[in-house]
Design a binder for this molecule. Sequence first.
Ligand code: C6P
Length: 408
Amino acid sequence: MTGPLDVARIREDFPILTTPFKGKRLVYLDSAVSGQMPRPVVERMGRYAQLEHTNVHRGVSTLSQEATDRFEEAREKVRRLVNAPSARQIVWTRGTTEALNLVAQSFGRPRVHAGDEILLSAMEHHANIVPWQLLAQERGARIRVIPMDDDGELILDAIPGLITDRTRILGLTHVSNALGTVNPVKEITALAHARGVPVVVDGAQAVPHLKVDLQDLDCDFYAFSGHKMSGPTGIGALFGKAEHLEAMPPWQGGGNMILSVTWEKTTYMPFPGKFEAGTPAIAATIGLGASVDYLEGIGFDRIAAHEHGLLVYATEALEAIPGLRILGKAREKAAVISFVMEGIHPHDIGSILDHEGIVVRAGHHCAQPVMERFGVPATTRASLAYFNTEEDVDALVAAVLKVKEIFG
Ligand code: C6P
């Protein structure tokens, strides 16, 4: 599809946006925390639950075979979305957090030893910090950090000096949830690969907004969550390069991931099966497939153009408010606006906005090192999606002016 988005039409797919909230029009500016699900996704999951449900990969019944087909079709849709070479390289997880823990445990643990180094960017979400800290503590390794500048851009020149003979992995977020920065993943991956260092990318905030091409980026792992891309909670994915997934041991054991079990010896399914122990989130997986259809139906070029237009519009309007400071001024930026206001706590701003029917997030956004870097305990964050409008931004700006009035 080409041309601008028909946002009014799209909004009809989201009953939450058209149903009064506290007697007001709901202004949802918190898609970075969790996106809203359009009607076709909800309906697809409902149809599965009511008419198609049973377990997958476990039976000769037609019902089970059909559920398995739908489940695997979703894997193919996700493969296509991110241009992975093979659907087998898409491992289902509960979300980004679980995917990154899988990499730390199954890929990281055998290769990280005492004195080794794990290199992370300064703008990681806790989900791409804590799993590596746990591993580093266990192994006696250390974490090193790629710094960022005052605009919230990574200092790329620092990277070659931070990669040493002891660097075992580089972890990088594609889009910062706290600042909106879009990182040059391809360039950083090439720098790391030139020194033989594999790269794990946190794509939680990228997949919903950009066209991601994993074969072009060439990273070793890429993690993302269904609920941030118009899909349900409880499902996400890890992409891995085939040679890594082949070599990695399972990280959880149980049914569904084995070829045979005896008291003496157990053999495992080939990937992705060996990483998917137990009954998966079947309805959510099929729902995620429907969300891919929905997003592709709109088109990522149009989504990105619409969101960028709103970002520019909102940035200009907010910056005109005296005493308001936006954190994160990267040249490449997704539609995330984190701001602070002189003398007013972000929680107070968030509460007043909530009263006006405007949903934003106030806090550290699970990125405390980013807050520390900018010397603030928290920010107020508005994050935009393809269903937002200039009217939403105007409502935000009016409410922020009201906050300013209340706090003098
Ligand atoms: N960020 C936010 O408000 P899960 O919870 O596993 O689906 O996603 C974790 C995660 C990982 N990486 C990034 C960059 C993220 O933004 C998130 C989730 C939400 O910013 C909730 S803390």
